[in-house]
Design a protein around this ligand. Structure first.
Ligand SMILES: Cc1cc2nc3c(=O)[nH]c(=O)nc-3n(C[C@H](O)[C@H](O)[C@H](O)COP(=O)(O)OP(=O)(O)OC[C@H]3O[C@@H](n4cnc5c(N)ncnc54)[C@H](O)[C@@H]3O)c2cc1C
Length: 298
C-alpha cells in the first residue's frame, strides 16, 4: 500500500486564516481541497508537503451565482467559488443554460466518487495539461480571483497557466473565485475522446463563440492533453473572428488545431493520432457551439 510521508494538518476556518497559515508556514505548506490530485501525488511521494491546510469547511467558497461586472467590461458574469465541486457544476442549470460546455465536460470527468469531492479550484490549480476544466475556462474567457497576503488580483485565463503544473497562484495565495463574462449570442461545447468511460482525455477541445448578427464577434478555443499545458488556440481564434460561421471555416480551425498542438506519444496513443483527434474535436466543438449560439439568437 502506498502511504504519504508524514505531515501536519490544519483545518482553515476562514479565507483570511488560510492565507495567514500559508504565509506563516511558507513554501512547505499546501492547500487541500477535494484531495483527488494532491493525495495521489503524496502517496506516490511526488509531493511531500510538510503542512496541509484543509479548506473544506469554507462554505463561503462554494457557490454558483450570477451578478456584477467583470474587469474586462462585461456588464454581468457568473461567479463560481473555488471550492465548488464537480457534481455541483454538473447539476447547475445556470451553467447548462449560459455555458453548456461545463455540463459537456463534467459528464465525462472521472466518476461520481471523484466528482463528489473534486473542486474547480483544485482542478485549475493542479494545472495538469489533461485537466478538462482548464480548457473549458480558457475557452469561456474566464477570469480568476487570487487572494494573497497583499490583497486580491484578477487574472485572465491567458495569463493563468505559466508552465506544466504551474499557475499564477503563488505559494502564499488562495484561488477564491472563477468569473465567466456573460455576453449575448453565446454558444459553447466541450468534446473529448477517452480510452474508457471516466478516464482522462486522449485529447479534448473546448470552444465558445459569441455570434452577433450572424457574424462571429468573439471566440475562445482551448485543448486538453495534447501539450505540456492547456493549449490556447489563438491562431484559430484570429481566423474565426469577424467571419460567418461555416463548416469550411470550422474545418480550417481544426487543421490549425492539429498543427498548433504538441502532443507526446504515450499509452494513450501516438503523436499523429492525437494531432488528428485535436483537429476533429476542435471542428466538432465549434460546430456544436455555433448551433447552440444560433439557436439562442433565433
Ligand atoms: C481517478 C481520477 C480520474 C480523474 N479524471 C479526470 C478527468 O477525466 N478530467 C479532469 O479534468 N480531471 C480528472 N481528475 C482530477 C479531478 O478533477 C480532481 O478533482 C482535480 O484535479 C483536483 O481537484 P481537487 O479539489 O481534488 O484538488 P486537490 O487534490 O485538493 O488539490 C490539487 C492542487 O490544487 C491546490 N489547490 C486546491 N484548491 C486550491 C485553491 N482554492 N487555491 C490554491 N490552491 C489550491 C492544491 O494545493 C494542490 O496543489 C481525475 C482524478 C482522479 C482521482
Amino acid at each position: 500500500m502506498q502511504t504519504p510521508a508524514s505531515f501536519e494538518y490544519e483545518r482553515a476556518t476562514s479565507v483570511e486564516g488560510a492565507i495567514a497559515s500559508l504565509q506563516k508556514l511558507g513554501s512547505e505548506a499546501r492547500i487541500i481541497a477535494g484531495g483527488h490530485s494532491l493525495l495521489p501525488m503524496m502517496k506516490l511521494r511526488l509531493a511531500n508537503p510538510e503542512y496541509l491546510i484543509d479548506i473544506n469547511d469554507l462554505a463561503e467558497l462554494s457557490y454558483i451565482r450570477e451578478g456584477g461586472a467583470t474587469t474586462s467590461g462585461s456588464p454581468s458574469q457568473i461567479r463560481i467559488g473555488a471550492l465548488t465541486r464537480h457534481v455541483d457544476l454538473l447539476k447547475s442549470e445556470l451553467l447548462a443554460e449560459r455555458f453548456p460546455l461545463f455540463r459537456d465536460a463534467e459528464t465525462v470527468i472521472a466518476d461520481p466518487v471523484v466528482r463528489n469531492r473534486g473542486t474547480i479550484g483544485g482542478s485549475l490549480c493542479q494545472a495538469d495539461a489533461a485537466e478538462d476544466l482548464s480548457a473549458v475556462c480558457s475557452a469561456a474567457q474566464a477570469e480568476v480571483v487570487i487572494r494573497g497576503p497583499d490583497g486580491e488580483r484578477v487574472v485572465g485565463m491567458e495569463d493563468f497557466h505559466i508552465g506544466p503544473y504551474m499557475t499564477a497562484v503563488g505559494a502564499g495565495d488562495l484561488l477564491t473565485e472563477i468569473r465567466l463574462p456573460l455576453r449575448p449570442g453565446a454558444g459553447s461545447a466541450h468534446e473529448k475522446v477517452e480510452r474508457r468511460a471516466g478516464d482522462w482525455a486522449i485529447a479534448a477541445a473546448s470552444a465558445a463563440l459569441w455570434i452577433d448578427g450572424g457574424t462571429i464577434a468573439d471566440v475562445g478555443i482551448a485543448l486538453s492533453a495534447v501539450g505540456l499545458t492547456t493549449i490556447h488556440l489563438s491562431r484559430a481564434e484570429d481566423l474565426l473572428r469577424g467571419q460567418t460561421p461555416s463548416e469550411e471555416l470550422f474545418a480550417q480551425a481544426g487543421e490549425i488545431a492539429s498543427t498548433d498542438c504538441s502532443p507526446g506519444a504515450d499509452g494513450r496513443g501516438p503523436i499523429d493520432y492525437k494531432r488528428h483527434l485535436a483537429g476533429v474535436l476542435t471542428t466538432r466543438a465549434l460546430r456544436r457551439a455555433a448551433t447552440r449560439a444560433l439557436n439562442q439568437e433565433a
